[in-house]
Design a protein around this ligand. Structure first.
Ligand code: FAD
Ligand code: DLZ
Length: 515
Protein backbone atom coordinates (compact mmCIF):
# COMPACT_ATOMS: atom_id res chain seq x y z
CA UNK A 1 0.00 0.00 0.00
CA UNK A 2 1.41 3.40 -0.87
CA UNK A 3 0.04 6.51 0.77
CA UNK A 4 1.96 9.08 -1.23
CA UNK A 5 5.00 8.49 -3.36
CA UNK A 6 7.65 11.05 -2.68
CA UNK A 7 8.71 12.58 -5.97
CA UNK A 8 12.41 13.16 -6.39
CA UNK A 9 13.07 12.30 -2.73
CA UNK A 10 16.59 13.07 -1.72
CA UNK A 11 16.89 11.10 1.47
CA UNK A 12 14.27 8.88 3.10
CA UNK A 13 13.98 7.86 6.72
CA UNK A 14 13.29 4.13 6.86
CA UNK A 15 11.54 3.15 10.08
CA UNK A 16 11.99 -0.38 11.42
CA UNK A 17 9.82 -1.30 14.39
CA UNK A 18 10.53 -3.83 17.12
CA UNK A 19 8.35 -6.47 15.46
CA UNK A 20 9.78 -5.89 11.98
CA UNK A 21 13.15 -7.56 12.51
CA UNK A 22 13.28 -9.39 9.19
CA UNK A 23 16.07 -9.08 6.64
CA UNK A 24 13.47 -9.28 3.85
CA UNK A 25 11.20 -6.60 5.33
CA UNK A 26 9.32 -4.68 2.62
CA UNK A 27 10.77 -1.28 3.65
CA UNK A 28 14.31 -2.68 3.62
CA UNK A 29 13.85 -4.18 0.17
CA UNK A 30 12.60 -0.81 -1.07
CA UNK A 31 15.30 1.26 0.62
CA UNK A 32 18.47 2.53 -0.95
CA UNK A 33 21.54 1.72 1.20
CA UNK A 34 23.55 4.42 -0.49
CA UNK A 35 21.08 7.18 0.27
CA UNK A 36 18.49 6.38 2.95
CA UNK A 37 18.81 6.36 6.73
CA UNK A 38 17.32 3.63 8.88
CA UNK A 39 15.72 4.52 12.21
CA UNK A 40 15.30 2.03 15.05
CA UNK A 41 14.14 3.51 18.35
CA UNK A 42 13.63 2.05 21.79
CA UNK A 43 10.78 4.07 23.28
CA UNK A 44 9.10 3.84 26.67
CA UNK A 45 5.69 4.42 25.10
CA UNK A 46 5.74 1.02 23.36
CA UNK A 47 6.55 -0.74 26.64
CA UNK A 48 3.86 1.05 28.64
CA UNK A 49 0.77 1.72 26.47
CA UNK A 50 -0.11 -1.52 28.17
CA UNK A 51 2.33 -2.51 30.87
CA UNK A 52 4.08 -5.32 29.01
CA UNK A 53 5.59 -8.34 30.76
CA UNK A 54 9.25 -7.69 31.61
CA UNK A 55 10.41 -10.66 29.51
CA UNK A 56 8.54 -9.36 26.47
CA UNK A 57 10.18 -5.94 26.70
CA UNK A 58 13.62 -7.53 27.14
CA UNK A 59 13.02 -9.86 24.18
CA UNK A 60 12.03 -7.04 21.83
CA UNK A 61 14.78 -4.64 22.91
CA UNK A 62 17.53 -7.24 22.77
CA UNK A 63 16.32 -8.54 19.40
CA UNK A 64 16.26 -4.93 18.12
CA UNK A 65 19.86 -4.35 19.24
CA UNK A 66 21.06 -7.57 17.60
CA UNK A 67 19.20 -6.80 14.38
CA UNK A 68 20.72 -3.30 14.34
CA UNK A 69 24.18 -4.87 14.60
CA UNK A 70 23.43 -6.99 11.53
CA UNK A 71 22.27 -3.94 9.58
CA UNK A 72 25.38 -1.98 10.54
CA UNK A 73 27.50 -4.94 9.43
CA UNK A 74 25.78 -4.82 6.05
CA UNK A 75 26.75 -1.17 5.71
CA UNK A 76 23.38 0.52 6.27
CA UNK A 77 23.36 4.07 7.56
CA UNK A 78 21.56 3.47 10.85
CA UNK A 79 20.30 5.75 13.60
CA UNK A 80 19.67 3.61 16.69
CA UNK A 81 18.12 5.36 19.70
CA UNK A 82 18.49 3.51 23.00
CA UNK A 83 15.89 3.79 25.73
CA UNK A 84 18.18 5.87 27.93
CA UNK A 85 19.58 8.08 25.13
CA UNK A 86 19.48 11.79 26.01
CA UNK A 87 16.47 13.51 24.44
CA UNK A 88 14.60 10.24 23.72
CA UNK A 89 11.02 11.48 23.26
CA UNK A 90 9.47 8.19 24.39
CA UNK A 91 7.25 7.74 21.32
CA UNK A 92 7.68 6.47 17.78
CA UNK A 93 6.32 9.64 16.09
CA UNK A 94 8.54 11.70 18.42
CA UNK A 95 11.61 9.72 17.33
CA UNK A 96 10.66 9.98 13.66
CA UNK A 97 10.47 13.76 14.05
CA UNK A 98 13.85 13.97 15.78
CA UNK A 99 15.49 11.68 13.23
CA UNK A 100 14.10 13.55 10.22
CA UNK A 101 15.53 16.78 11.57
CA UNK A 102 18.86 15.27 12.60
CA UNK A 103 19.48 13.27 9.43
CA UNK A 104 18.11 15.71 6.87
CA UNK A 105 15.45 13.33 5.57
CA UNK A 106 12.49 14.62 3.63
CA UNK A 107 10.16 11.63 3.57
CA UNK A 108 9.34 8.49 5.50
CA UNK A 109 9.37 4.87 4.31
CA UNK A 110 7.75 2.32 6.58
CA UNK A 111 6.32 -1.17 6.48
CA UNK A 112 2.75 -1.06 7.73
CA UNK A 113 2.75 -1.38 11.55
CA UNK A 114 0.98 -4.45 12.94
CA UNK A 115 -1.23 -2.46 15.29
CA UNK A 116 -3.95 -0.05 14.22
CA UNK A 117 -2.99 2.36 17.03
CA UNK A 118 0.55 2.86 15.77
CA UNK A 119 -0.39 2.97 12.10
CA UNK A 120 -2.84 5.77 12.93
CA UNK A 121 -0.30 7.62 15.10
CA UNK A 122 2.34 7.60 12.33
CA UNK A 123 -0.12 8.64 9.63
CA UNK A 124 -1.60 11.40 11.83
CA UNK A 125 1.86 12.72 12.60
CA UNK A 126 2.91 12.72 8.95
CA UNK A 127 -0.28 14.48 7.91
CA UNK A 128 0.03 17.11 10.64
CA UNK A 129 3.68 17.76 9.69
CA UNK A 130 3.08 17.60 5.95
CA UNK A 131 5.66 14.80 5.57
CA UNK A 132 5.32 12.43 2.62
CA UNK A 133 5.02 8.81 3.71
CA UNK A 134 5.26 5.54 1.81
CA UNK A 135 3.58 2.81 3.83
CA UNK A 136 4.26 -0.59 2.28
CA UNK A 137 2.14 -3.68 2.82
CA UNK A 138 3.74 -6.21 5.18
CA UNK A 139 4.43 -9.08 2.78
CA UNK A 140 5.70 -11.37 5.53
CA UNK A 141 2.04 -12.37 5.83
CA UNK A 142 0.93 -14.89 3.25
CA UNK A 143 -2.51 -13.38 2.71
CA UNK A 144 -2.47 -9.76 1.58
CA UNK A 145 -5.22 -7.40 2.73
CA UNK A 146 -6.62 -7.67 -0.78
CA UNK A 147 -6.69 -11.46 -0.72
CA UNK A 148 -8.47 -11.58 2.64
CA UNK A 149 -11.02 -8.96 1.64
CA UNK A 150 -11.72 -10.76 -1.63
CA UNK A 151 -12.26 -13.99 0.31
CA UNK A 152 -14.45 -12.34 2.99
CA UNK A 153 -16.56 -10.17 0.73
CA UNK A 154 -20.14 -11.32 0.41
CA UNK A 155 -19.76 -14.31 2.77
CA UNK A 156 -22.42 -14.77 5.43
CA UNK A 157 -19.99 -16.40 7.85
CA UNK A 158 -16.21 -15.96 7.89
CA UNK A 159 -15.22 -19.45 8.98
CA UNK A 160 -11.51 -20.19 9.28
CA UNK A 161 -11.75 -23.67 7.78
CA UNK A 162 -12.72 -22.38 4.32
CA UNK A 163 -10.10 -19.65 4.41
CA UNK A 164 -7.54 -22.29 5.36
CA UNK A 165 -8.35 -24.40 2.32
CA UNK A 166 -7.70 -21.41 0.07
CA UNK A 167 -4.39 -20.87 1.83
CA UNK A 168 -3.41 -24.52 1.29
CA UNK A 169 -4.12 -24.11 -2.41
CA UNK A 170 -2.29 -20.79 -2.55
CA UNK A 171 0.86 -22.05 -0.78
CA UNK A 172 0.78 -25.61 -2.12
CA UNK A 173 1.65 -26.85 1.37
CA UNK A 174 0.65 -30.50 1.92
CA UNK A 175 -1.12 -30.62 -1.43
CA UNK A 176 -1.21 -33.34 -4.08
CA UNK A 177 -2.18 -31.28 -7.08
CA UNK A 178 -5.60 -29.89 -6.20
CA UNK A 179 -6.26 -32.38 -3.42
CA UNK A 180 -5.13 -32.25 0.20
CA UNK A 181 -2.41 -34.69 1.27
CA UNK A 182 -3.99 -37.77 2.88
CA UNK A 183 -7.38 -37.03 1.31
CA UNK A 184 -8.59 -34.73 4.08
CA UNK A 185 -8.06 -31.06 4.82
CA UNK A 186 -8.12 -31.43 8.58
CA UNK A 187 -7.07 -34.23 10.95
CA UNK A 188 -8.23 -32.60 14.16
CA UNK A 189 -10.29 -35.56 15.29
CA UNK A 190 -6.96 -37.34 15.95
CA UNK A 191 -5.62 -34.40 17.94
CA UNK A 192 -7.48 -34.38 21.24
CA UNK A 193 -5.53 -36.79 23.43
CA UNK A 194 -4.71 -36.06 27.06
CA UNK A 195 -0.95 -36.30 27.77
CA UNK A 196 0.91 -38.26 30.42
CA UNK A 197 4.00 -37.09 32.27
CA UNK A 198 7.10 -38.21 30.38
CA UNK A 199 10.66 -37.87 31.59
CA UNK A 200 11.72 -37.42 27.98
CA UNK A 201 9.24 -34.64 27.23
CA UNK A 202 10.98 -32.22 24.84
CA UNK A 203 11.69 -28.67 25.97
CA UNK A 204 12.05 -25.58 23.75
CA UNK A 205 15.58 -24.52 22.93
CA UNK A 206 17.07 -22.29 25.62
CA UNK A 207 19.69 -19.70 24.68
CA UNK A 208 22.02 -18.21 27.29
CA UNK A 209 21.94 -14.38 27.31
CA UNK A 210 24.99 -12.71 25.73
CA UNK A 211 26.44 -9.35 26.84
CA UNK A 212 23.92 -7.38 24.78
CA UNK A 213 21.01 -9.23 26.33
CA UNK A 214 22.49 -8.89 29.83
CA UNK A 215 22.67 -5.10 29.36
CA UNK A 216 19.04 -5.07 28.22
CA UNK A 217 17.99 -7.20 31.19
CA UNK A 218 19.59 -4.67 33.57
CA UNK A 219 17.88 -1.82 31.74
CA UNK A 220 14.48 -3.50 31.87
CA UNK A 221 14.89 -4.34 35.57
CA UNK A 222 15.73 -0.71 36.21
CA UNK A 223 13.01 0.91 34.09
CA UNK A 224 10.18 -1.65 34.13
CA UNK A 225 10.93 -3.75 37.22
CA UNK A 226 7.43 -3.03 38.57
CA UNK A 227 5.74 -4.58 35.52
CA UNK A 228 4.13 -8.02 35.73
CA UNK A 229 6.35 -11.06 35.18
CA UNK A 230 9.69 -12.63 36.01
CA UNK A 231 12.56 -11.24 34.00
CA UNK A 232 15.10 -13.96 34.79
CA UNK A 233 15.97 -16.62 33.92
CA UNK A 234 15.81 -15.30 30.36
CA UNK A 235 16.34 -17.88 27.63
CA UNK A 236 14.64 -16.60 24.47
CA UNK A 237 16.56 -16.48 21.21
CA UNK A 238 17.10 -12.86 20.21
CA UNK A 239 18.66 -13.37 16.77
CA UNK A 240 17.36 -14.93 13.59
CA UNK A 241 20.27 -17.38 13.71
CA UNK A 242 19.24 -18.73 17.12
CA UNK A 243 15.54 -18.64 16.27
CA UNK A 244 16.33 -20.90 13.28
CA UNK A 245 18.05 -23.30 15.67
CA UNK A 246 14.92 -23.21 17.87
CA UNK A 247 12.83 -24.08 14.79
CA UNK A 248 15.11 -26.98 13.95
CA UNK A 249 14.98 -28.16 17.56
CA UNK A 250 11.17 -28.09 17.52
CA UNK A 251 10.93 -29.87 14.16
CA UNK A 252 13.13 -32.74 15.30
CA UNK A 253 12.11 -33.04 18.97
CA UNK A 254 8.53 -31.97 19.62
CA UNK A 255 6.68 -31.77 16.30
CA UNK A 256 5.85 -35.50 16.06
CA UNK A 257 3.81 -35.20 19.29
CA UNK A 258 2.28 -31.82 18.45
CA UNK A 259 -0.93 -33.12 16.89
CA UNK A 260 -1.83 -35.79 19.42
CA UNK A 261 -1.27 -33.61 22.49
CA UNK A 262 -2.17 -30.18 21.14
CA UNK A 263 -5.07 -29.74 23.57
CA UNK A 264 -3.47 -31.38 26.62
CA UNK A 265 -2.41 -29.68 29.86
CA UNK A 266 -0.04 -31.11 32.48
CA UNK A 267 0.96 -29.67 35.84
CA UNK A 268 4.61 -28.53 35.71
CA UNK A 269 4.86 -28.99 31.92
CA UNK A 270 4.66 -25.49 30.51
CA UNK A 271 5.30 -26.28 26.87
CA UNK A 272 4.39 -29.93 26.17
CA UNK A 273 4.78 -30.50 22.42
CA UNK A 274 4.13 -26.88 21.43
CA UNK A 275 6.66 -25.03 19.32
CA UNK A 276 7.05 -21.83 21.38
CA UNK A 277 7.87 -20.06 18.12
CA UNK A 278 5.04 -17.50 18.00
CA UNK A 279 7.09 -14.66 19.48
CA UNK A 280 9.89 -15.32 16.99
CA UNK A 281 7.48 -15.22 14.06
CA UNK A 282 5.61 -12.18 15.39
CA UNK A 283 8.82 -10.18 15.91
CA UNK A 284 10.09 -11.14 12.45
CA UNK A 285 12.98 -13.43 13.44
CA UNK A 286 11.31 -16.33 11.66
CA UNK A 287 9.23 -16.20 8.52
CA UNK A 288 5.92 -18.11 8.84
CA UNK A 289 6.28 -19.69 5.40
CA UNK A 290 9.77 -21.05 6.17
CA UNK A 291 8.41 -22.51 9.43
CA UNK A 292 5.60 -24.27 7.55
CA UNK A 293 8.00 -25.52 4.86
CA UNK A 294 10.25 -27.01 7.54
CA UNK A 295 7.25 -28.78 9.07
CA UNK A 296 6.10 -30.04 5.69
CA UNK A 297 9.61 -31.41 5.08
CA UNK A 298 9.50 -33.27 8.41
CA UNK A 299 6.35 -35.01 7.16
CA UNK A 300 7.71 -35.74 3.69
CA UNK A 301 10.91 -37.17 5.24
CA UNK A 302 8.79 -39.54 7.32
CA UNK A 303 9.88 -37.90 10.56
CA UNK A 304 6.45 -36.68 11.63
CA UNK A 305 2.89 -37.96 11.17
CA UNK A 306 0.43 -36.14 8.94
CA UNK A 307 -1.94 -35.16 11.77
CA UNK A 308 0.92 -33.27 13.46
CA UNK A 309 2.20 -31.58 10.30
CA UNK A 310 -1.25 -30.65 9.03
CA UNK A 311 -2.39 -29.48 12.49
CA UNK A 312 0.68 -27.29 12.86
CA UNK A 313 0.55 -25.79 9.36
CA UNK A 314 -3.18 -25.05 9.86
CA UNK A 315 -2.36 -22.97 12.95
CA UNK A 316 -0.10 -20.75 10.87
CA UNK A 317 -1.47 -20.44 7.35
CA UNK A 318 -4.98 -20.89 8.73
CA UNK A 319 -5.50 -19.33 12.14
CA UNK A 320 -2.61 -16.87 12.19
CA UNK A 321 -3.41 -15.39 8.79
CA UNK A 322 -7.16 -15.54 9.35
CA UNK A 323 -7.14 -13.65 12.67
CA UNK A 324 -4.98 -10.96 11.11
CA UNK A 325 -7.50 -10.57 8.31
CA UNK A 326 -10.30 -10.33 10.86
CA UNK A 327 -8.35 -7.72 12.85
CA UNK A 328 -7.95 -5.33 9.94
CA UNK A 329 -11.46 -5.93 8.64
CA UNK A 330 -13.06 -5.03 11.98
CA UNK A 331 -10.70 -2.34 13.28
CA UNK A 332 -11.34 0.19 14.68
CA UNK A 333 -14.15 -1.22 16.74
CA UNK A 334 -13.07 -4.83 17.32
CA UNK A 335 -11.38 -4.03 20.62
CA UNK A 336 -14.52 -2.22 21.88
CA UNK A 337 -16.94 -5.05 21.12
CA UNK A 338 -18.94 -6.42 24.04
CA UNK A 339 -21.75 -8.53 22.62
CA UNK A 340 -22.53 -10.17 25.97
CA UNK A 341 -22.41 -6.83 27.83
CA UNK A 342 -19.99 -8.20 30.42
CA UNK A 343 -18.83 -5.64 32.98
CA UNK A 344 -17.05 -7.40 35.87
CA UNK A 345 -13.49 -6.24 36.63
CA UNK A 346 -10.67 -8.71 35.98
CA UNK A 347 -10.10 -10.71 39.18
CA UNK A 348 -6.94 -9.69 41.01
CA UNK A 349 -5.58 -13.26 40.89
CA UNK A 350 -4.91 -12.85 37.16
CA UNK A 351 -1.94 -10.74 38.28
CA UNK A 352 -0.80 -12.95 41.19
CA UNK A 353 -1.83 -16.52 40.39
CA UNK A 354 -3.08 -16.63 43.96
CA UNK A 355 -6.13 -18.88 43.59
CA UNK A 356 -7.04 -22.35 44.83
CA UNK A 357 -8.12 -23.34 41.31
CA UNK A 358 -5.14 -25.43 40.20
CA UNK A 359 -5.64 -24.97 36.44
CA UNK A 360 -5.80 -21.18 36.73
CA UNK A 361 -2.88 -21.05 39.18
CA UNK A 362 -0.77 -23.13 36.75
CA UNK A 363 -1.67 -21.07 33.66
CA UNK A 364 -1.15 -17.74 35.39
CA UNK A 365 2.00 -18.89 37.20
CA UNK A 366 3.71 -19.94 34.01
CA UNK A 367 2.50 -16.78 32.28
CA UNK A 368 4.24 -14.81 35.02
CA UNK A 369 7.43 -16.91 34.76
CA UNK A 370 7.70 -17.44 31.01
CA UNK A 371 5.46 -14.83 29.31
CA UNK A 372 4.01 -17.97 27.69
CA UNK A 373 1.01 -20.24 28.00
CA UNK A 374 -0.16 -22.55 25.27
CA UNK A 375 -3.36 -22.22 23.32
CA UNK A 376 -5.66 -24.38 25.42
CA UNK A 377 -4.55 -22.68 28.63
CA UNK A 378 -5.29 -19.28 27.06
CA UNK A 379 -8.61 -20.40 25.58
CA UNK A 380 -10.10 -22.94 27.97
CA UNK A 381 -8.62 -21.87 31.31
CA UNK A 382 -7.96 -18.13 31.67
CA UNK A 383 -10.22 -17.15 28.75
CA UNK A 384 -13.05 -19.53 29.62
CA UNK A 385 -13.04 -18.45 33.26
CA UNK A 386 -13.14 -14.73 32.39
CA UNK A 387 -16.04 -15.27 29.98
CA UNK A 388 -18.03 -17.46 32.37
CA UNK A 389 -17.51 -14.92 35.17
CA UNK A 390 -18.66 -12.06 32.92
CA UNK A 391 -15.41 -10.05 32.96
CA UNK A 392 -15.42 -6.94 30.74
CA UNK A 393 -13.75 -7.98 27.45
CA UNK A 394 -11.69 -4.78 27.29
CA UNK A 395 -10.02 -5.75 30.59
CA UNK A 396 -9.39 -9.30 29.40
CA UNK A 397 -7.94 -7.92 26.15
CA UNK A 398 -5.57 -5.62 28.00
CA UNK A 399 -4.36 -8.46 30.22
CA UNK A 400 -3.56 -10.75 27.27
CA UNK A 401 -1.86 -7.95 25.36
CA UNK A 402 0.36 -7.21 28.35
CA UNK A 403 1.38 -10.65 29.57
CA UNK A 404 2.51 -12.72 26.56
CA UNK A 405 5.79 -12.34 24.68
CA UNK A 406 3.95 -13.00 21.41
CA UNK A 407 1.15 -10.50 22.04
CA UNK A 408 0.58 -7.89 19.35
CA UNK A 409 -2.90 -6.54 18.90
CA UNK A 410 -3.39 -7.89 15.35
CA UNK A 411 -3.23 -11.47 16.68
CA UNK A 412 -4.18 -11.02 20.32
CA UNK A 413 -7.40 -9.00 19.92
CA UNK A 414 -9.27 -11.33 17.54
CA UNK A 415 -8.27 -14.31 19.68
CA UNK A 416 -9.41 -12.66 22.90
CA UNK A 417 -12.39 -10.54 21.86
CA UNK A 418 -13.59 -13.07 19.30
CA UNK A 419 -12.45 -16.59 19.98
CA UNK A 420 -12.22 -16.60 23.74
CA UNK A 421 -14.81 -14.03 24.96
CA UNK A 422 -17.45 -14.22 22.18
CA UNK A 423 -17.57 -10.43 22.54
CA UNK A 424 -17.74 -10.18 18.71
CA UNK A 425 -21.10 -11.95 18.73
CA UNK A 426 -19.89 -14.79 16.53
CA UNK A 427 -17.66 -13.30 13.81
CA UNK A 428 -14.89 -15.79 14.60
CA UNK A 429 -16.71 -18.75 16.06
CA UNK A 430 -20.21 -20.11 15.73
CA UNK A 431 -20.58 -20.51 19.51
CA UNK A 432 -18.76 -19.48 22.69
CA UNK A 433 -15.88 -21.68 23.89
CA UNK A 434 -17.60 -22.24 27.24
CA UNK A 435 -16.79 -25.35 29.26
CA UNK A 436 -17.35 -26.68 32.75
CA UNK A 437 -14.72 -28.36 34.93
CA UNK A 438 -15.33 -31.63 33.13
CA UNK A 439 -13.41 -30.46 30.04
CA UNK A 440 -10.41 -29.36 32.09
CA UNK A 441 -10.47 -32.65 33.97
CA UNK A 442 -10.50 -34.61 30.71
CA UNK A 443 -7.63 -32.69 29.14
CA UNK A 444 -5.35 -32.17 32.17
CA UNK A 445 -4.12 -33.55 35.47
CA UNK A 446 -4.83 -30.32 37.37
CA UNK A 447 -8.06 -31.39 39.02
CA UNK A 448 -6.39 -34.05 41.17
CA UNK A 449 -4.38 -31.30 42.90
CA UNK A 450 -7.08 -28.67 43.13
CA UNK A 451 -8.57 -27.17 46.27
CA UNK A 452 -11.96 -27.64 44.58
CA UNK A 453 -13.73 -30.84 43.61
CA UNK A 454 -14.41 -31.14 39.89
CA UNK A 455 -17.00 -33.86 40.49
CA UNK A 456 -18.94 -31.60 42.81
CA UNK A 457 -21.38 -29.48 40.84
CA UNK A 458 -22.83 -27.19 43.48
CA UNK A 459 -22.31 -26.07 47.08
CA UNK A 460 -19.15 -25.35 49.01
CA UNK A 461 -16.00 -26.84 47.48
CA UNK A 462 -17.54 -27.38 44.02
CA UNK A 463 -15.26 -26.60 41.06
CA UNK A 464 -16.21 -22.98 40.24
CA UNK A 465 -16.25 -23.75 36.49
CA UNK A 466 -19.31 -26.01 37.07
CA UNK A 467 -21.84 -23.50 38.45
CA UNK A 468 -20.36 -20.63 36.43
CA UNK A 469 -20.91 -22.58 33.22
CA UNK A 470 -24.66 -22.83 33.79
CA UNK A 471 -24.90 -19.34 35.23
CA UNK A 472 -23.24 -18.00 32.07
CA UNK A 473 -25.70 -19.79 29.80
CA UNK A 474 -28.73 -18.73 31.83
CA UNK A 475 -27.50 -15.14 32.16
CA UNK A 476 -27.01 -14.89 28.40
CA UNK A 477 -30.04 -16.83 27.22
CA UNK A 478 -31.48 -13.82 25.40
CA UNK A 479 -28.38 -13.60 23.26
CA UNK A 480 -27.40 -17.28 23.00
CA UNK A 481 -30.70 -19.15 23.33
CA UNK A 482 -31.37 -19.05 19.59
CA UNK A 483 -27.96 -20.51 18.67
CA UNK A 484 -28.65 -23.94 17.13
CA UNK A 485 -25.33 -25.29 18.43
CA UNK A 486 -26.45 -24.57 22.00
CA UNK A 487 -29.98 -25.95 21.68
CA UNK A 488 -29.16 -29.32 23.23
CA UNK A 489 -27.41 -27.68 26.19
CA UNK A 490 -30.33 -25.37 26.92
CA UNK A 491 -32.68 -28.37 26.73
CA UNK A 492 -30.52 -30.13 29.35
CA UNK A 493 -30.88 -27.09 31.59
CA UNK A 494 -34.64 -26.99 31.07
CA UNK A 495 -34.94 -30.65 32.08
CA UNK A 496 -33.16 -30.10 35.41
CA UNK A 497 -35.19 -30.02 38.60
CA UNK A 498 -35.87 -26.48 39.82
CA UNK A 499 -33.93 -27.15 43.03
CA UNK A 500 -30.87 -28.26 41.00
CA UNK A 501 -31.10 -25.12 38.90
CA UNK A 502 -31.36 -22.99 42.03
CA UNK A 503 -28.34 -24.73 43.56
CA UNK A 504 -26.26 -23.99 40.43
CA UNK A 505 -27.27 -20.35 40.31
CA UNK A 506 -26.84 -19.86 44.05
CA UNK A 507 -23.36 -21.46 44.01
CA UNK A 508 -22.38 -19.30 41.04
CA UNK A 509 -23.61 -16.20 42.86
CA UNK A 510 -21.39 -17.12 45.82
CA UNK A 511 -18.36 -17.78 43.56
CA UNK A 512 -18.82 -14.37 41.95
CA UNK A 513 -19.14 -12.66 45.33
CA UNK A 514 -15.93 -14.40 46.46
CA UNK A 515 -14.08 -13.08 43.40
P1 FAD B 1 1.92 -23.72 18.81
O1 FAD B 1 0.85 -24.39 19.59
O2 FAD B 1 3.18 -24.44 18.60
O3 FAD B 1 1.25 -23.32 17.40
C1 FAD B 1 2.02 -23.02 16.25
C2 FAD B 1 1.84 -21.63 15.77
O4 FAD B 1 0.55 -21.44 15.21
C3 FAD B 1 1.99 -20.54 16.82
O5 FAD B 1 3.33 -20.26 17.04
C4 FAD B 1 1.22 -19.40 16.19
O6 FAD B 1 2.01 -18.64 15.33
C5 FAD B 1 0.15 -20.09 15.37
N1 FAD B 1 -1.16 -20.10 16.04
C6 FAD B 1 -1.72 -21.10 16.73
N2 FAD B 1 -2.97 -20.77 17.12
C7 FAD B 1 -3.17 -19.51 16.69
C8 FAD B 1 -4.25 -18.61 16.80
N3 FAD B 1 -5.41 -18.93 17.41
N4 FAD B 1 -4.10 -17.38 16.29
C9 FAD B 1 -2.97 -17.02 15.66
N5 FAD B 1 -1.91 -17.84 15.53
C10 FAD B 1 -2.02 -19.08 16.02
N6 FAD B 1 -1.02 -15.93 19.51
C11 FAD B 1 -0.10 -14.99 19.33
O7 FAD B 1 0.82 -15.15 18.54
N7 FAD B 1 -0.16 -13.82 20.04
C12 FAD B 1 -1.14 -13.58 20.95
O8 FAD B 1 -1.17 -12.53 21.56
C13 FAD B 1 -2.12 -14.58 21.14
N8 FAD B 1 -3.12 -14.40 22.05
C14 FAD B 1 -4.05 -15.38 22.23
C15 FAD B 1 -5.08 -15.17 23.15
C16 FAD B 1 -6.06 -16.13 23.33
C17 FAD B 1 -7.19 -15.89 24.30
C18 FAD B 1 -6.01 -17.32 22.58
C19 FAD B 1 -7.07 -18.35 22.75
C20 FAD B 1 -4.99 -17.53 21.69
C21 FAD B 1 -4.00 -16.58 21.49
N9 FAD B 1 -2.95 -16.77 20.57
C22 FAD B 1 -2.02 -15.78 20.39
C23 FAD B 1 -2.88 -17.98 19.74
C24 FAD B 1 -2.08 -19.13 20.35
O9 FAD B 1 -2.53 -19.41 21.64
C25 FAD B 1 -0.58 -18.83 20.37
O10 FAD B 1 -0.17 -18.48 19.07
C26 FAD B 1 0.24 -20.03 20.80
O11 FAD B 1 -0.18 -20.46 22.07
C27 FAD B 1 1.71 -19.69 20.80
O12 FAD B 1 2.47 -20.75 21.29
P2 FAD B 1 3.31 -21.70 20.34
O13 FAD B 1 4.22 -20.90 19.49
O14 FAD B 1 3.90 -22.75 21.21
O15 FAD B 1 2.18 -22.28 19.41
C1 DLZ C 1 6.56 -4.32 21.87
C2 DLZ C 1 7.57 -3.23 21.63
C3 DLZ C 1 8.30 -2.72 22.70
C4 DLZ C 1 8.13 -3.22 24.08
N1 DLZ C 1 9.19 -1.74 22.51
C5 DLZ C 1 9.40 -1.26 21.27
C6 DLZ C 1 10.32 -0.20 21.05
O1 DLZ C 1 10.95 0.31 21.96
N2 DLZ C 1 10.49 0.22 19.77
C7 DLZ C 1 9.82 -0.31 18.72
O2 DLZ C 1 10.05 0.11 17.58
N3 DLZ C 1 8.92 -1.29 18.92
C8 DLZ C 1 8.70 -1.77 20.16
N4 DLZ C 1 7.78 -2.75 20.36
C9 DLZ C 1 7.02 -3.24 19.20
C10 DLZ C 1 5.84 -2.29 18.84
O3 DLZ C 1 4.99 -2.19 19.96
C11 DLZ C 1 5.12 -2.82 17.61
O4 DLZ C 1 5.90 -2.53 16.50
C12 DLZ C 1 3.76 -2.21 17.43
O5 DLZ C 1 2.91 -2.62 18.45
C13 DLZ C 1 3.15 -2.57 16.08
O6 DLZ C 1 2.88 -3.94 16.00
Amino acid sequence: MTDTSPSLATRRLVLILGDQLSPDLAALKAADPGRDVILMAEVAGEATYVRHHQKKIAFILSAMRHFAEDLRGEGWNLRYVTLDAPGNSGTIPGEIARAMAACGCDSLLVTEPGEYRLRAAIRDWAEAEGVAIEMLEDDRFLASHGMFEAWAEGRKALRMEYFYREMRRKTGLLMQGDAPEGGQWNFDQENRKPARGDLFMPRPLQVAPDATTEAVLDLVADRFGDHFGRLRPFWFAVTRKDALVALEHFATEALPGFGDYQDAMLEGENFLYHSVLSHYMNAGLLNPLEVCQRVERAYLDGHTPLNAAEGYIRQIIGWREYVRGIYWRFMPGLTEMNHLEATRPLPEFYWTGDTGMACLAAAIGQTRDEAYAHHIQRLMVTGNFAMLAGVAPAEVHEWYLAVYADAFEWVEAPNVIGMSQFADGGILGSKPYAASGNYINKMSDHCGRCAFDVQKKTGKGACPFNPLYWDFLVRNRDRLGGNPRLGQIYRTWDRMKPETQTAYLETARQVLIDL
